[in-house]
Design a protein around this ligand. Structure first.
Ligand code: NAD
Length: 348
């Protein structure tokens, strides 16, 4: 297959591209605008692979998308490109509306015209796979059953609202125009190469620099953590074997309070990079909670388990240990990303 992956220079997209190139004979066309969150260095190990092509382009640029579809004649598209950081969406939502909603709309229109012109035999296999988040479901009560594929949408932040809107657009293009779509909604990812503004890499970085470890509110918000390679494996499975028009929830079966995650990182650092004068836990600082902060997300991923046989391979303990060790071994990548980003804005 020839697969367009949008947002392939990001955290999940780069893990997905590496997995596809390593474990299949597919060709990947990485379409990425290279915003502050895009990092081509992450893909250096595959840059010379003759089944890997990079196209620097904005998904909201219709002419560029038309050229890319026409030139590469893809069999499928996996759409990950998005503005993805909730805090940034609270400070300014314009880029989120532009990329997550307008960009997805443009991509759907270009994919629809391309699909309609395909010969029948190639139409059969074509897929538009939209990659989304569990945040579209909103706040989950402490004792409520985890989100299923039937849970109604109640997004809380500008980020999750734009992702929810993009999910609705994709399903409408499936229902109204017959575009062959699949949608996945996944819980919080973690692992190597995650941009250092997100919780886990940010805590690791601050701890190593002896800076305060900021925890929102009392740290009791619950997230369901999934190791990024487990997500990438699930995505490829859904693309190739998922039922047409269907949605699959993907989760790690690892519900953790934020404060527990921070404690676990501190304990791993105490073991792997001990410092003489303090326990890393002593750096924890509780800060004013994020407005509209959802208290709990949790995913019921039994559908992808029973229909497609997917199970996460990593537990939170094994995945977090690998992640902390990776950040310890790759401080040059983190320093490079942070220096580049601090030049672009003063956000961190
Ligand atoms: P990321 O922020 O690390 O990467 C996003 C990538 O998209 C970057 O490479 C960026 O350059 C690119 N991009 C942004 N705007 C673009 C545009 N207009 N045109 C082309 N490229 C553009 O994000 P991520 O964490 O890898 O998430 C990828 C996808 O998975 C997103 O759609 C996100 O909503 C979804 N998701 C993420 C998580 C998570 O925990 N990170 C969980 C569930 C779902």
């Amino acid at each position: 297959m020839k697969i367009i992956v949008t947002g392939g220079a990001g955290f999940i997209g780069s893990a997905l591209i590496k997995l596809i190139l390593a474990e299949t004979s597919d060709t990947v066309i990485n379409v990425d605008k290279l915003t502050y969150a895009g990092c081509l260095e992450t893909l250096e190990p595959v840059a010379g692979n003759n089944r890997y092509i990079f196209e620097k382009a904005d998904i909201a640029d219709r002419a560029a998308m038309e050229r890319i579809f026409s030139e590469h004649q893809p069999d499928a598209i996996m759409h990950l490109a998005a503005e993805s950081h909730v805090d940034r969406s609270i400070h300014g939502a314009a880029d989120f509306v532009q990329t997550n909603l307008v960009g997805t709309f443009i991509l759907l229109e270009v994919a629809r015209a391309y699909f309609n012109a395909l010969p029948d035999d190639r139409k059969q296999g074509f897929r538009f796979h939209h990659i989304s988040t569990d945040e579209v479901f909103g706040d989950l009560e402490p004792d409520a059953h985890p989100f299923t594929e039937e849970t109604p949408y109640h997004p809380s932040s500008p980020y999750s609202a734009t992702k929810a809107g993009s999910d609705h657009l994709v399903r409408a293009w499936g229902r109204t125009y017959g575009l062959p779509i699949v949608v996945t909604n996944c819980s919080n990812n973690y692992g190597p190469y995650q941009f250092p503004e997100k919780l886990i890499p940010r805590i690791i970085r601050n701890a190593l620099e002896g800076r305060p470890l900021p925890v929102y509110g009392d740290g009791s918000q619950i997230r369901d953590w999934l190791y990024v390679e487990d997500h990438a494996r699930a995505l490829h499975l859904v693309l190739t074997r998922g039922e047409l028009g269907s949605t699959y929830n993907i989760g790690g079966k690892n519900e953790k309070k934020n404060i527990e995650v921070v404690h676990q990182i501190c304990d791993l650092l105490n073991e792997l990079r001990p410092v003489a004068d303090h326990d890393y836990r002593s750096l924890i600082t509780f800060v004013t909670d994020r407005p509209g902060h959802d208290r709990r997300y949790a995913i019921d991923c039994s559908k992808i388990g029973s229909e497609l046989g997917w199970e996460p391979r990593e537990t939170f303990s094994t995945g977090l240990r690998q992640t902390v060790q990776w950040y310890l071994d790759n401080d040059d990548w983190v320093a490079m990303i942070c220096a580049r980003q601090e030049k672009q804005d003063q956000f961190l």
